[in-house]
Structures are given as C-alpha cells and as structure tokens.
Design a protein around this ligand. Sequence first.
Ligand code: ADP
Ligand code: ZN
Length: 620
Amino acid sequence: MNNSSDNNYSSNSSSTSEQALHLLQTIFGYPAFRSQQGQIVEHVVHGGDALVLMPTGGGKSLCYQIPALIRNGVGIVVSPLIALMQDQVDALAEVGVRAAFLNSTQTFDEILAVEKKMREGDLDLVYIAPERLLTQRCLELLEIVNIALFAIDEAHCVSQWGHDFRPEYIRLSTLHERFPHVPRIALTATADQQTRDEIIHRLQLENALQFVASFDRPNIRYQIVEKANGRKQLLDFIQAQHNGDAGIVYCLSRKKVEETAEFLCEHGITALPYHAGMEMSERSKNQARFLREDSIVMCATIAFGMGIDKPDVRFVAHLDLPKSIEGYYQETGRAGRDGGSANAWMAYGLQDVVQQRRMIDESEANETYKRVQSVKLEAMLSLCETLNCRRVHILDYFGQASEPCGNCDTCLSPPTSFDGTIAAQKILSTVYRVDQRFAAGHVIDILRGIDTERVQQWRHEQLSTFGIGSDKSEAEWRALLRQLIALGLVAVDYDNYSALKLTEESRAVLRGEVRIALRQYKKAEKAVKHKRQSAKDYEETQLSTEEQTLFDQLRWWRVETARTHNVPAYVIFPDATLREIARVAPHTLTALRAISGVGDKKLDSYGKDILTLIEGTAAH
Ligand code: ADP
Ligand code: ZN
C-alpha cells in the first residue's frame, strides 16, 4: 500500500492532499476530513513534527494512519494501551490496512513474526508499548527498517502532575535523538497549558506545529444533580433515559463499584464491575463483554476506561466527585464518541467535598503535589456549584471561550441564586459558638433546633443560634454548607473528627463586610423522560418507525457478524454508519458505498449481506 513518495517539502502539496483524501474515501469510507485532520495529515506527510490536541472522539487516529500509508516505510505508534492493541489492529485489518502490534502479551514466536514482517516492509502500522519500544532489541530493529513516522499516542502520559503518568514516556525523547529525520506526531485529549508545555519540553517537540481542535463535545449533555440517595437517583436516570444503552458508572472505591453493580442487576440492568482489585482474568472478561455487547453498564473505578474507544457509550455517570476537571472531562468524554447524543450525569453532595479534601490532606505526597491537587479540586467544585452554563465553564478551564450551550442542566433549567449572606452567617456563627469542635451533622441539628442526646450533653440548646434555621430542611443546610466549604468559607479539620472551622475569609462574612450569592437548593427531581431533546448546537434526527426497524436488524446482523469474526461490534460498522444505512436504505452497492463509513474493503466483505437484509425488510 505504500507508494514511494519523496519525503520533502518540495513535493506538490495539492497532490498530497488529493492522495490523502483518496485514501480517506476508499479505505476508510469517509467523504471528507474533519476539522484540522487534513492539515495535520499534510504536515506530517511532508515530514513535519506535530502536536495534536483533540478531544476524545475527535478523530486523532486518522491523523497518523493516513500519513503512515502515504509515506515510505512503517508507521510506529507508541501507546500505553496494551489491552486495546488487538482491537485496533483488527479494525485496521477490516479496512484492509496491514497492521500488527508488539507488547508483553505475545509469545516469542509471535514477536519474531511481527519483526520479520517489519524488516521485509510488509506492514503499514505497528503499535508498540513504550517499555517494549525502549528495549535495545527494538531500537536496533528500528535502525534497520524504514520508518514512516512515530505517533506518540496519549502523550499526556509524560506529565508527572497528570493522572496517567508513565515513567517510560519521559524516555521517548530518545526517538528524536536516534531518528532525527523521522517525523513525530504526539496526540492527546488533555489540553491544559501545563500538560501541553510538559509534552513539548519532555519530548523535545519545540519545533512541532501545534494543532488545537475545539474541545467542545456538543453532543454530550452535562448534568450535575444534588445527591440524596445516589444509587436510587442513578437507577431512575438509567431507567428514564437509557434503557438498553451501554454506559459507564464511575465510583471512587472498589466496594462501591461492586455494590452498585449488584444493585443495578437486582433492578434488571445488565451491570458488571471493574476495578483493580479483581482478578485479571475476570476484569478482562468484563471489559471484553462491555466492548462487544450492545447494552452493558460498566460500574468501575477510574482504573477503567483509558483508551476504551467503544464509540456507542450513551452515558457516563459519576456517583462520586472526580478529583479534577481534567479527570471529569476525560471520563465523560468516553460517552458519545460516535457523535450521537449522550449524557454525562453526576450526583454530588457535601460528603463528596469532605471526602476529596480529606484524601488530599491525608495523602503521603509532598506539599507541592498536594497544592496542585487542591487547586484542581477547587476548580472541580466551582464547576459543580456554578450558576452558569457548565460547558462554558469547562471550556473556559481549557482556555477556550464559548457561549451558553443550551445542552446542559444549567442552560435547560437555570438555577437561581439568592443572597446567602444571612444563611451563611447563621452557619458560621454556630460553628464559632460550638468552639469549632463539631462536625456538620451536629451543627445542622443545632441550626434546626433538633433536641438530640449530644445537644443535651453539651447544653447546646442554650446557644443563641439554636433553632434559628428551622425554616430549612437538613438537605438544604447541607447544600448551603457544601457551598461554603467549596468557597473556602468553612474548613474541615480531618485530624479532629471532621470538625468545622472558620477561615480567614469567613470573618469578613460574619462581620457583614461582604455579601455572598449562593445557589438556590433544588429538591432532587425524579428523572424525566426527555430523551434526545434538541439543543442549539446539537441535533440528531430521529429515525422513523420503519427506519428504526431496519436499524435494529442491522444491529442484530452486526452482533452476529462480530461474533463470527471475533471482533467488537463497532469494528464492523459504527452506529452512525448503521443509522445512515437505515435511513437511506440503499438498493445498490454504489448507493451503499456512498454512505459515510463504508470503504472499498467493507463494501466487498459485507455489501451483499446488507443489501439482502434491506430487501428482506422491505418485503415485509
Ligand atoms: P480519538 O482517537 O480522537 O478519540 P478516533 O480516531 O477514535 O478518535 O475517531 C473517533 C471516531 O470518529 C471513529 O469512529 C472514527 O472512525 C470517526 N472519524 C474520524 N475521522 C472521521 C472523518 N473524517 N469522517 C467521519 N468519521 C470520522
Ligand atoms: Zn450550557
């Protein structure tokens, strides 16, 4: 498949772009490049280095796959995601690209076979785990084969402050030193400036062109609800909006993962657990089922999901607060990669704030690291408490300006704010009057005038603030207190039974020198069925009943076919392509070939089957 092209800047650029477009259409079956893909491909084909920042689902893979096909030699893809390599290679084989991988899961004979093919120039792309790439054996092999390019996937793994730090990634700078003439393309979905700078510095990409795509994922609807009974709220949400859909539920602890999966199963949802404490074989089995079947809900710790590129995940739910907006965005980004509508749903409460603060406080890490973590947590809390569009807030965090989206909870049902100064003063003065020695529960009991044993024991019914907050429910006071903690107006002393403390800032509020706006408490509503509503920037046309029937049949056909070929369903065709086939219902191979996602090889493999299926459905 490799054409001989002289890899220098003098080659005619329009012919390169024609060639790239031709490969996109014939091999991958897509009519046009998305956003900056075309420019990136052209730049790399001409031997330039690139840093590509694109959200999950943005289409990073084609940015190195097509240049690897056009340039002489084999494209080397460095990736930490060993578990995915088989699927990636299978997906490429489905479209007729010669690919293989090298990692620790292979036998020596398998490795020898791949190495032989590389030496003989029989491969277009090879995925290699970083630790394998850096071995003497592998580097020596690379010296003697013709290399088209190096793609460094998940490049944020070089960042020591990041959540996916991999020490081997730092040593990848050796690629530049040993192979100075081979272009390198680094790709990531993590976009904050610090990570970006670290990638450039550590991988010596100072001369790389940067391509920063919009980080917006308009098809994802963001919702953050007040947590009352998290699990029950989750169940309501799934039943109301995601019956039969694939989804991921993130929990903080292994125990909670197991309990949540069990709870959902008891209520008729096919849920599986995934966490690092499980047997490897069990974990892989669950992951494989999630990837291959259509409607599994995976309950998992954040150990799950890196590089999971199942395109039809319809929702990502968080039952616990993520540590940072980067983490939240990466996790929620696993929903809707196929471009179809998807939900990012989170239940969040006072306990979450306390728990995350405690984890930072109690961690063994050094002070600098702790400081970085608290800043990140604060940013996450301010996203939860914001009165404005969630998307605007998130994108702003990544340095991108935007307008209110119309597809998040605060846009769809705007929260109201109120002057919370008096309520805050009530809380703060109670904290003060109990000598900053009691935790949230007791402070709220005093405010509400509840006569508990502990109140009597400490004679707290005699405090002037006893009962001054009887107009609000416990949940309301918790929500208010949570906001004060998020705003840094109340601190929690974890070494001391989680006692509430005043801070420097709280004194000004107590003295009435500053006024504060708080978010009006909204009672947790039962999730309503407003599936697939249209939003300003995002719309997905509904299928008619007939089209839906055909779509369902195509999905069944896909399950069967995937099983026979032993590959994940989406490797055969993504949902978006099946939807389009269902809508157009083509009767000829030419018409089928015109649909986005149907390339030459797939037309060859499946075209007849699909036409037969369409005729069968039409006959009924
Ligand atoms: P990323 O690695 O950035 O998360 P992928 O490379 O996996 O994203 O692409 C996400 C999905 O978008 C895949 O299903 C891919 O086939 C599809 N895709 C990528 N580029 C295009 C394009 N130009 N036209 C149509 N679909 C595309
Ligand atoms: Zn919005």
